[in-house]
Design a protein around this ligand. Structure first.
Ligand code: F0G
Length: 480
């Protein structure tokens, strides 16, 4: 298929601009809205007969017949995407670019910047499913990407665009994962990168990554939202390519896990996708991925997408309880530092996904996040705290009857457990929560936390001492 063209369309006022005419802050000059990438086939629906309906705003000069001819054949695509996995070419081995037919955003696919991202596992979580009364529960582990988070799928896309458009400098503001991914991909491409992170408010593993990959790492004495403001100002003054998720090309890469999820389920569509919410681009990207597959006839329906936020960074959740759906920024505070964001840039895109695909927004407490993270760890999977909001949120959706036992839910685990090992150590040593937070726990939850905690034991190097300790440990029942 030859569709090497795309446009950018404002998601608020629907203004369409050519692909290389976006301003440096990726905001629509008319209304300040964010762009999305649209292709000639973006708005075509397979179930509409030629001549009866078309919205060709993405390709104003194309006729309906032209658009239909550009549509790939679903069976051919499924076969092609699977075949590419056995190729030795890096562009085929990438779990993003093997779907390149649906993201024709670069001029030369052979020159994409890739670390063989994507192709991440879909695990089952039988114990968590059983505990909630669900028949099954799956986790798409995006932490199994080259730099340990889902950001790699977006970064390969947007950084390839930056490289092919001849930029020398790239930059992002980050809570840690975007910066790690950007630094790695920029290094691979030979570009220079600048990272803005909130001082003292990101996990050490992530900070170490951007240094390791050679980025200029600047810690600003502010929070993530403050870093975004400074960078927005800078990109207007210097030729720096902005790689925050307002860059619509990031979302093109981040939509591909949606393709992988249904591919891994033999092209069956789960009922629910549960995503953590921070700056709210990932939920928007996954929604776009499912919608495009639906439009292309690859899947017969779309799953519901639910977004879970931390209670201390819950601006989207608040907007859903506001009659006028107004998003009021909050001063964010949560130990899940990846999603410590009070003024999410993509909130409208994310709200549209919930409205169009169905699903809900929920918020979860620090104690609920800690428990869910330990439960995911105890299944041998592990994830970073921000990812664990998905399990904590799903428990609430099940309790509210919004997810039923026979429905299939997929948690999107966004980051690897080693990203924030300090959190895990503090949790298991029972040093994570304040006394006030511990006092809020019900007796049942206290018992659940206690059964999961595995603090390290320090012993004399004496085998009889070790044996005595092991005996007492082995007499304890295995937690279910
Ligand atoms: N989970 C993790 C591990 C993250 O790092 C992020 C965002 C999210 C979830 C939320 O995704 O922003 O698309 O809603 N991290 C960004 C960063 C903001 O800078 O690394 P989102």
């Amino acid at each position: 298929m030859k569709v090497a063209t795309h446009h950018l369309r404002c998601t608020e006022c629907a203004a369409v601009i050519p692909k290389d005419e976006a301003s440096s802050n990726f905001r629509c000059p008319q209304c300040g809205g964010l762009y999305e990438v649209v292709y000639p086939w973006s708005d075509v629906r397979r179930d509409v007969k030629p001549g009866t309906e078309t919205d060709a705003s993405s390709a104003p000069t194309a006729t309906f017949a032209d658009l239909v001819n550009l549509l790939p054949n679903p069976s051919a695509l499924r076969w092609l995407w699977q075949e590419r996995r056995s190729s030795t070419m890096s562009v085929d081995q990438s779990g993003v670019w093997r779907f390149r037919d649906l993201l024709p955003i670069v001029d030369d696919f052979e020159k994409v910047v890739t670390l063989r991202e994507g192709n991440t596992p879909l695990y089952d979580l039988p114990r968590a499913a059983r505990a909630m009364g669900l028949n099954w529960l799956l986790a798409k582990h995006q932490g199994m990407n080259p730099t340990g988070s889902f950001k790699d799928t977006g970064m390969t896309a947007a950084l390839s665009v930056a490289a092919q458009r001849g930029f020398e400098w790239v930059a992002c503001a980050s809570t840690g994962n975007t910066s790690a991914a950007m630094a790695a991909y920029a290094a691979r491409a030979g570009l220079r990168s600048i990272v803005f992170i909130p001082e003292g408010k990101i996990a050490w593993g992530k900070l170490s990554q951007s240094m390791d990959y050679g980025a200029l790492t600047i810690q600003l004495k502010t929070d993530f939202d403050g870093c975004v403001k400074i960078l927005a100002d800078l990109v207007q003054r210097f030729p720096i390519y902005l790689l925050n998720s307002v860059n619509p090309y990031r979302l093109e890469g981040q939509k591909t896990p949606a393709f992988e999820i249904v591919e891994q389920l033999d092209w069956q569509v789960p009922e629910h996708i549960i995503v953590p919410g921070g700056n709210l681009a990932n939920s928007a990207a996954l929604g776009k991925g499912f919608t495009e597959m639906y439009q292309l006839g690859l899947i017969p329906r779309r799953p519901k997408v639910s977004i879970i936020q931390a209670e201390g960074a819950n601006s989207l959740d608040r907007s859903f309880t506001d009659a006028n759906r107004v998003m009021k920024p909050v001063v964010a505070e949560t130990r899940a530092t990846a999603i410590r964001i009070g003024n999410p840039a993509s909130w409208r895109k994310a709200a549209t996904v919930i409205d169009e695909l169905g699903g809900w927004c929920e918020q979860v407490s620090e104690q609920e996040i800690g428990l869910a993270k330990a439960e995911i760890g105890a299944e041998g999977i592990g994830c970073e705290p921000a990812s664990a909001v998905t399990l904590a949120g799903l428990k609430k959706l099940v309790a509210l009857g919004k997810v039923t036992p026979e429905e299939r839910a997929v948690l999107v685990l966004t980051g690897h457990t080693l990203k924030d090992s300090q959190y895990t150590i503090d949790y298991h040593r029972n040093e994570l929560f304040t006394a006030a937070e511990k006092a809020q726990l019900s007796p049942g939850d206290q018992a659940r936390h206690a059964a999961l905690r595995r603090p390290p034991i320090v012993l004399e190097a004496d085998s009889s001492v070790v044996l005595r300790t092991l005996e007492s440990y082995m007499n304890q029942p295995q937690p279910v």
